[in-house]
Design a binder for this molecule. Structure first.
Ligand SMILES: NC(=O)c1ccc[n+]([C@@H]2O[C@H](COP(=O)([O-])OP(=O)(O)OC[C@H]3O[C@@H](n4cnc5c(N)ncnc54)[C@H](OP(=O)(O)O)[C@@H]3O)[C@@H](O)[C@H]2O)c1
Length: 335
């Protein structure tokens, strides 16, 4: 039985990998800091869980002592994280490091976390320049991408056959930040309207965890040192995302498509002024077959949000709070 270990594996990507590999006959072990985050259905399906911080090298050694056919690192954020993994990879057939499209820069050196928005070619290939590698706090907008690049480079310069995946905006059951909540919550709150800045035209490529998992399975079959973008076969606009959510939940609302963004109305997570679309032809050339489009794959996250209230973002979650100014919306609707 092939064995996979997923570090930081109790989130959307790790859960999707387990759901993909276990039915194909894999043994899958997931690590994470919180025991209760792994859903019951995965435990019943045979997923193993080891409670450990990614930085706990003793547990990492124990976990990989007997080797593995596949290691996926969903919690590799810095060069130091990457360096700490390398000594344990000698008995590992294939390793995948989950990086991010946030590493890319445009001709002016702008990236998705810059103060001014990037203007990328459409689509972005893996050869697009990246920010320079750096250390420092990876939890900041300025530090996230440079630390990821540094981690990528450490692993790609090692002897191990490490494949770096660069997803865009990930969606899937179990996500710590399920962005589509901005529309799901509106439906659950019986809101009569959805407000969208820039007419909802913004495109910031989506990456289904299920599609990432399909690519991971393919990489396990053909290990190698490479970088691959990982995104859905389509790149839906925010308006399309809102419509898919409403349709899935049989909800009708008025679409208020705003020309100009203001400070309150129409905010949403996909409001990129210039489209951000990843070229996934390198993954397809490797033989990866996507599970489906955004519309085909988003139900997993929507149904999970609807059916598991305890997993939803907290009411005071600072990321989501700005998207739900219902009083301002009501004033607009009645004016
Ligand atoms: N989400 C996105 O839109 C997105 C986009 C591009 C790239 N990525 C990359 O994807 C990876 C995250 O994957 P995801 O989206 O599946 O994550 P997620 O849904 O945000 O969940 C993260 C998981 O990792 C665990 N974790 C976090 N820190 C850990 C640590 N120090 N040690 C052990 N486990 C830890 C968390 O559980 P505990 O807190 O219980 O430990 C959680 O289950 C990151 O490398 C990120 O850079 C994400």
């Amino acid at each position: 039985m092939p064995r996979a270990v997923v570090l930081g594996g109790t989130g959307s990507i790790g859960q999707a990998i387990a759901r993909r590999l276990i039915p194909s006959g894999w043994s899958v072990e997931l690590t994470g800091r919180t025991a209760g985050r792994l859903p019951q259905d995965l435990l019943e399906a045979g997923a193993g869980f080891r409670q450990a911080d990614r930085s706990d090298l003793h547990t990492l050694r124990e976990t990989l002592r007997s080797g593995a056919d596949l290691v996926v690192d969903c919690a590799c954020y810095t060069a130091s994280d990457a360096r700490s993994l390398i000594p344990f990879l000698s008995g590992v057939e294939a390793t995948v490091m989950i990086s991010t499209k946030a590493v890319y820069v445009d001709e002016q050196g702008r990236h998705v976390n810059s103060e001014s928005p990037p203007l990328f070619p459409v689509p972005i290939r893996e050869s697009q320049p990246t920010v320079a590698p750096a250390d420092g706090d990876y939890r900041t907008a300025a530090g996230y991408a440079p630390n990821k690049v540094a981690a990528e480079q450490v692993l790609l310069n090692s002897e191990a056959p490490v494949t770096v995946l660069r997803p865009s905006k990930v969606h899937g059951a179990g996500a710590l930040r399920p962005r589509e909540w901005v529309f799901v919550k509106r439906v659950l709150d019986h809101r009569p309207a959805v407000f969208l800045a820039h007419q909802g035209a913004g495109v910031d490529h989506t990456s289904a965890a299920a599609n990432i998992a399909a690519l991971v399975e393919r990489v396990a079959a053909v290990p190698g040192r490479r970088i691959l973008n990982s995104a859905d076969p389509d790149a839906p606009s925010a308006l399309r995302i809102a419509r898919v959510v409403a349709e899935h939940l049989n909800h009708e609302w008025r679409e208020v498509l705003l020309d100009e963004r203001n400070d309150v109305l129409g905010l949403h997570p996909w409001d990129a002024p210039f489209p951000i679309v990843l070229d996934t032809s390198a993954a397809l050339d490797l033989g990866y077959e996507p599970v489906g489009t955004f519309g085909d794959t988003i139900a997993a996250e929507i149904d999970w949000l609807v059916n598991e209230p305890q997993r939803r973002p907290a009411a005071d979650d600072s990321f989501f709070a700005p998207f739900f100014d219902y009083e301002a919306e009501d004033r607009y609707l009645t004016s």
